[in-house]
Design a protein around this ligand. Structure first.
Ligand SMILES: Cc1cc2nc3c(=O)[nH]c(=O)nc-3n(C[C@H](O)[C@H](O)[C@H](O)COP(=O)(O)OP(=O)(O)OC[C@H]3O[C@@H](n4cnc5c(N)ncnc54)[C@H](O)[C@@H]3O)c2cc1C
Length: 416
């Protein structure tokens, strides 16, 4: 049985691996490592919500690609996610502020049943949390925060906020974009501030969303409608700070009118509720994923613009590669927590994460720009891409996460 903070003898505990942060990426990684004679602790600041009214939709959702879905299946969390509710999207329509460029992706054109699923974050989080609770070799230490990290000759010693100290062979920082462990290790980050905020909300779609993800590039940033249930979309509207504040302040009916206007009524009528939130947008990348007995994954290592819905998909891929690297080294008798092994993980992931991050920065600045030459380039680009089957197939495979070297844990169903 997992230990709660109350019944765990923290001061005497020693773990092979300590995962700091039980968010989507940290929890998936712990599940991927479980069952391999490793003693794992997951330290989480705030335990997740496990129950909520069935009709309530989380403001935070993620577009989950096929590679991530395979990972969630392989670690045993997918069935519970499906029970709570998932929404496939089969098509994607992207268009430009000037209405000249338009691109349409259809899963049927590449023989796939869908392009991915839109899933509420808390559904993924709850399923992963319950899956961690099934593993006798994972101890959940929560609520707890790491406040200090001291390398010792044969271990890493970590202090928790209640004064208890724990030791581990390797700590994995999955504690998000403001990673405390990364900062304590003195790892610098390259940062790009988009000077944008993402306003999120859920809108009813009485005329239907046609299982399509819609995205329009507006002068201040992209607006996406992601189908999250049979009759609702989650919106992510990236814009300037001042417009984001204005959008948060609007009455529901005025917010709805604005959405219908800027989406050119493509989804028909919309129904808006007053719940809205905003998140500052920046992209960042840790200059190293490694320090002494410490390795970074997920948003602790990299954060990207949400315009293509890839952030947690990259994090899941980190988790799959890191778990595969550690377990392979362990089974070959190599020191799995040593730098040479962890460097393999970093080499495998850094390029993909950097390329995705830079592409999102380029897309955002190309499309959120009204200069006439740039408008011409992007309209030409969108039309050329739309008429090229090869280009569309390439983009779709990238988005599905199946277009490149796919780590074994992200491949279709492994044995049992
Ligand atoms: C508006 C928006 C829309 C997005 N849409 C998508 C999408 O469609 N698809 C997609 O793939 N990605 C999307 N993303 C990105 C995605 O949400 C993130 O990449 C993802 O949440 C990162 O997961 P994580 O587990 O690495 O970090 P987090 O989700 O930040 O989790 C970190 C965890 O660590 C805990 N923690 C923090 N500090 C400590 C500490 N000191 N000690 C212990 N625990 C700690 C936190 O409580 C939390 O549980 C979106 C992001 C935004 C802002």
């Amino acid at each position: 049985m997992p230990a709660s903070r109350e019944d765990s003898p923290l001061s005497s505990a020693d773990y092979d691996i300590l995962v700091a942060g039980g968010g989507m990426v940290g929890a998936a990684l712990a599940c991927a490592l479980a069952g391999n004679r490793l003693r794992i602790a997951v330290v989480e600041k705030q335990p997740p919500q496990l129950e909520w009214p069935p009709e309530e939709i989380d403001l935070r959702v993620s577009a989950i690609n096929h590679a991530s879905r395979n990972l969630l299946e392989n670690i045993g969390a997918w069935d519970a996610i499906c029970e709570h509710g998932i929404q496939p999207y089969r098509e994607m329509r992207v268009w430009d502020q000037s209405r000249l460029g338009d691109i349409h992706f259809d899963s049927a054109s590449i023989g796939e049943p869908d392009l991915g699923h839109i899933i509420q974050n808390r559904i993924i989080q709850a399923a992963l949390w319950q899956q961690m609770q099934q593993h006798a070799d994972i101890e959940l230490l929560t609520p707890a925060c790491i406040t200090q990290m001291d390398p010792e000759p044969d271990a890493l010693s970590l202090m928790l906020d209640d004064g208890n100290r724990i030791r581990c062979q390797l700590a994995i920082a999955a504690d998000g974009a403001s990673s405390r462990l990364r900062n304590m290790a003195g790892i610098a980050v390259d940062v790009h501030d988009f000077e944008q905020y993402a306003v999120v909300a859920t809108v009813g779609t009485p005329d239907g969303h046609h299982e399509t993800a819609w995205q329009r590039f507006l002068p201040n940033g992209p607006l996406a409608f992601l189908p999250v249930s049979p009759s609702a979309c989650s919106i992510v509207w990236s814009t300037t700070e001042s417009e984001s504040l204005e959008l948060l302040d609007l009455e529901s009916s005025a917010f709805c009118d604005r959405l219908v206007e800027v989406s050119e009524g493509r989804l028909g009528a919309l129904e808006c509720s007053p719940q809205r939130a905003r998140f500052p947008l920046r992209s960042q990348h840790a200059q190293s994923y490694l320090a002494e007995r410490l390795v970074l994954v997920g948003d602790a290592a990299h954060q990207i613009h949400p315009l293509a819905g890839q952030g947690v998909n990259l994090g899941f891929r980190d988790a799959a590669v890191l778990a595969g690297t550690i377990l392979h080294a362990q089974s070959s008798g190599e020191p799995w927590h040593g730098r040479p092994v962890l460097r393999r993980y970093e080499r495998a992931r850094r390029g993909d994460n950097q390329l995705t991050r830079k592409s999102m920065e380029a897309f955002n600045s190309l499309f959120s720009n009204s200069s006439p030459p740039l408008r011409l380039v992007r309209n030409f680009g969108l039309r050329a891409a739309d008429s090229s089957h090869i280009a569309k197939r390439f983009f779709m495979q990238q988005a599905l996460g199946t277009g490149m070297d796919v780590p074994p844990l992200c491949r279709k169903r492994l044995a049992g």
